[in-house]
Design a protein around this ligand. Structure first.
Ligand SMILES: [Fe+2]
Ligand SMILES: [Fe+2]
Length: 404
């Protein structure tokens, strides 16, 4: 049976809209895309949604005009076919661009030295038989971006490598935004090669940052830093969310990229269960890419406030405050130490990503902050407590506190 013109119009419009809808459903199912829409790139997403709806709206209009006389029905039908072609071609082009990047050739045949969270941080004991733990934490290296400071990034990693080789550093925790654009193989290749050159034996643990996840970048993060080897049994709700018990120090890593988008009931229940299970006399350190408390600024382009993250403070911080000793995050490219709600909140987005502007807003609990200096936060278990020291890229102490 031959299809009528009306059927062809609906078929073309339906196929084009369905193709765009399928791409958008895939994109928003990826970690970080909803956050990206809320915090960063709203216009292109809205443009794709509008373009996806256009063929169906045009087909409905053509149908309404179909019984009118004159040239209107013919013109309307032509518009539906044209709109359908534009939408379909755009959906195919955008999908092809993103899929060939995100799932194309491997970034590198190698990986940095990584720790599988299920294997934990290797245990060391001192001459007196007491357990020793010393780890470095930093975030936001943004490999693949010209504005990033490669020299500072290398200095921090080389210093950590030397310390590790001499038995003075157990692990390096990278809190994400390892690369600028997560779907790009070239950014990951630069990251992997540079890290292997600067710190070939240093054991890494890594979180997923919002830039690492752009768009569909999760597979590339997994290939470079995801759990591999060892028992690799998950210790948390996702490969980038885990718990490691290093003697009396317990690390809990959370998937918080732009904010609490995607951090649902399951993740909250898991977090609460971990915090409840850890003895209060031990040290609990929560790790997150996105900050909770932070001094900061208003982004000129989007008008969004990049300080004291309202959604994080409302939805996630109450589960942690007063229970964890320390929360460490990146995302804002500063170093800062904040004391609030019975917990210390550190920001250490200082691994080389372009420094954020001088804060126009200071978080009320801010004790110390530094803008424009690169470095790391070193945690060391001492007889006095958990010593936390911010250092610059050469290891010069900038600020320290002991959590008792
Ligand atoms: Fe960043
Ligand atoms: Fe970030």
């Amino acid at each position: 049976m031959k299809s009528t013109k009306g059927e062809q119009v609906w078929l073309a419009a339906g196929a084009a809209s369905a193709a765009m809808a399928a791409f958008l459903v895939w994109a928003f199912a990826q970690p970080g895309t909803l956050g990206m829409y809320r915090w960063g790139y709203r216009a292109p997403v809205l443009g794709l949604i509008a373009l996806g709806a256009l063929p169906i709206v045009a087909a409905a209009a053509a149908r309404a005009l179909s019984r009118t006389k004159g040239a209107a029905p013919r013109i309307a039908t032509g518009i539906v076919f044209a709109a359908s072609a534009v939408t379909l071609l755009t959906a195919i082009s955008v999908s092809a661009y993103i899929f060939t990047n995100a799932y194309g050739r491997a970034a590198s045949p190698d990986r940095p030295t990584t720790i599988a969270p299920s294997d934990g941080i290797p245990r060391r004991t001192g001459a007196d038989g007491e357990p020793i733990l010393r780890v470095a934490v930093s975030s936001d290296g943004h490999y693949g971006r010209d504005a990033s400071n490669a020299e500072a990034r290398s200095a921090i990693l080389r210093l950590s490598e030397v310390e590790h080789r001499s038995g003075g550093l157990d692990a390096f925790i990278n809190l994400g935004d390892i690369v600028e654009m997560g779907m790009e193989a070239d950014d990951w290749r630069e990251a992997i090669e540079s890290i292997r050159r600067d710190a070939p034996t240093l054991p890494f643990l890594a979180l997923l940052g919002n830039h690492d996840a752009l768009i569909g970048g999760y597979a590339r993060w997994q290939a470079a830093f995801g759990p591999k080897g060892g028992s690799s049994a998950p210790t948390g709700p996702s490969p980038s969310s885990w718990r490691i018990d290093a003697g009396r120090v317990h690390f809990i890593a959370l998937d918080l990229l732009w904010g609490p988008e995607g951090f649902g009931a399951k993740e909250k229940a898991w977090l609460v269960a971990q915090l409840t299970a850890i003895p209060p006399s031990d040290y609990t350190v929560v790790l997150s890419h996105c900050f909770f408390y932070s001094s900061g600024y208003v982004d000129e382009e989007t008008g969004m406030a990049w300080y004291d993250h309202a959604d994080m403070l409302r939805e996630v911080a109450p589960l942690i405050a007063g229970k964890a000793d320390l929360v460490i995050s990146g995302h804002n490219h500063y170093m800062e130490w904040i004391e609030a709600d019975g917990t210390a909140w550190a920001v250490v987005g200082a691994l080389g990503g372009k420094p954020d502007p001088v804060p126009s807003y200071v978080s009320p609990g801010s004790v110390w902050r530094n803008q424009g200096v690169f470095g790391r936060l070193v945690l060391e278990l001492t007889p006095d407590g958990l010593a936390c020291e911010f250092q610059d890229q050469d290891g010069t102490p900038l600020f320290n506190r002991v959590l008792r």
